[in-house]
Design a protein around this ligand. Structure first.
Ligand SMILES: Cc1ncc(COP(=O)(O)O)c(C=O)c1O
Length: 391
């Protein structure tokens, strides 16, 4: 596992690299793609072997044997997250975006509100809107250490009474917070007080930096198991989002039936490539690879933060997980138009604009650090140069 290896994704139909010019006017020839959330590392050998195994089988018809998929997911949850699950708790979805959208629609009716802590992964908002639901945005507040915190005292007053679901990103995309036991207990209390289901999107659960521990809501908040839907996947951790496979895990039988009544209308069945890759990922080799990856990403973060924090007025939020870093340009005194000009045009870096991530995001850009160290260093240097006139 050498994360420093260069793999060229340009011209491979990779969205991140091959759509950056169309989306942001930055050519991949000189530009650096740091937007969409996938990583630039080659798939590890054990995943390539699983893909090769499929090719060699030369047989891609209908398939059975999903028991081994469920066993792998259960093994991973038990050994990595200390959560014992049963096979019939898990619904296999067509990518996790589909799982989240399905959960939101299964648990609410058109016109209902769904609460989110903002800024948050932009697709939460679009999934809510596309489903004809309304997003009640509950802004996170930045504490004295520069990290996001939930602000429950303020939230009670922002609730309209029409909310049916609380949708969270845990760990948090875009800022890499790992929610603590106390925060999750307070969240469970909030869900009970406002009679909400909790959809806990834990897709980033494995990408946690040394010294931090992700707590699945299923363990941290057993008092709301009857309201809880956990969504997760191997796609972020192992960079296999193209295989479009996710898991919606529902411990409570009644809630499972409610979800199933909606999910089953669409007759979606599992995908051969996605289930094979997930099985290969959720293995001892996969565990060793993720442990090494987390150390590498953590070092990428320190390198990037070290340089960005030297730019007057720019602050990178302290990260505890993920490869998505969240930089605030507010104190530079520049307009966001000017910031964008410098980042996209001068530095030729494509980041994700924070304004699409909801209330509180407008002065931020999200930089994807899931790439080789030398490219992170190059991006940091370009940014430093692009803002070198600031005092
Ligand atoms: C928090 C979060 N949830 C869900 C997804 C979507 O996952 P998928 O690509 O499997 O649809 C992403 C992708 O970036 C994400 O960051």
């Amino acid at each position: 596992m050498n994360f420093d290896d260069v793999i060229n994704r340009v011209g491979t139909d990779s969205t991140k690299w091959d759509q950056m010019e169309r989306g942001f006017g930055v050519s991949p020839e000189n530009g650096i793609a740091m937007w969409i959330a996938d990583m630039d590392f080659a798939a590890p050998e054990f995943l390539q072997n699983a893909a090769r195994g499929l090719i060699e089988k030369a047989n891609y018809g209908y398939f059975s044997g999903l028991e081994s998929f469920h066993d792998s997911v259960a093994w991973w949850m038990e050994t990595r997250h200390g959560w014992t699950i049963q096979a019939d708790w898990t619904f296999i979805t067509f990518g996790l975006g589909h799982g989240i959208a399905t959960a939101l629609q299964a648990l609410t009716n058109e016109g209902d509100c769904i609460a989110t802590f903002t800024p948050v992964y932009h697709e939460f908002q679009s999934k809510i809107e596309k489903a004809g639901r309304v997003n009640t945005q509950l802004p996170l507040k930045v504490d004295e250490t520069g990290k996001y915190r939930m602000d429950f005292e303020a939230y009670d007053a922002l609730m309209t009474g029409n909310e049916k679901v609380m949708l969270i990103s845990s760990p948090h995309n875009p800022a890499g917070r790992v929610w603590t036991q106390d925060e999750l207990t307070a969240l469970a209390d909030f869900c009970m007080r406002h009679d909400l289901y909790l959809v806990s999107d834990e897709i980033h659960h494995d990408l946690v930096f040394p010294g931090h521990k992700h707590l699945t809501a299923a363990i941290a908040a057993p008092e709301i198991l009857d309201r809880l839907v956990v969504t997760t996947a191997a796609s972020k951790t192992f960079n296999i989002a193209g295989a479009r496979t996710g898991c919606v895990i529902i411990p409570d039988e009644k809630l499972r039936q409610k979800f199933a009544a909606f999910f089953n209308r669409f007759d979606i069945s599992a995908n051969l490539l996605g289930t094979e890759l997930t099985k290969a990922a959720y293995s001892p080799e996969g565990a060793a690879w993720v442990d090494a990856l987390n150390i590498y990403l953590h070092d990428n973060y320190h390198l990037f933060k070290g340089v960005l924090d030297q730019i007057p007025g720019v602050s990178l939020m302290p990260m505890e997980s993920t490869y998505l870093s969240w930089a605030n340009f507010e104190e530079t005194g520049l307009s966001m138009e000017e910031v964008n000009n410098r980042v996209y045009k001068t530095a030729e870096i494509v980041a994700t604009p924070g304004k699409g991530l909801g209330n509180g995001g407008a002065t931020y850009l999200r930089f994807n650090l899931g790439t080789r160290r030398s490219l992170v260093a190059e991006a940091a240097e370009r940014l430093s140069n692009a803002f070198s006139d600031l005092k």
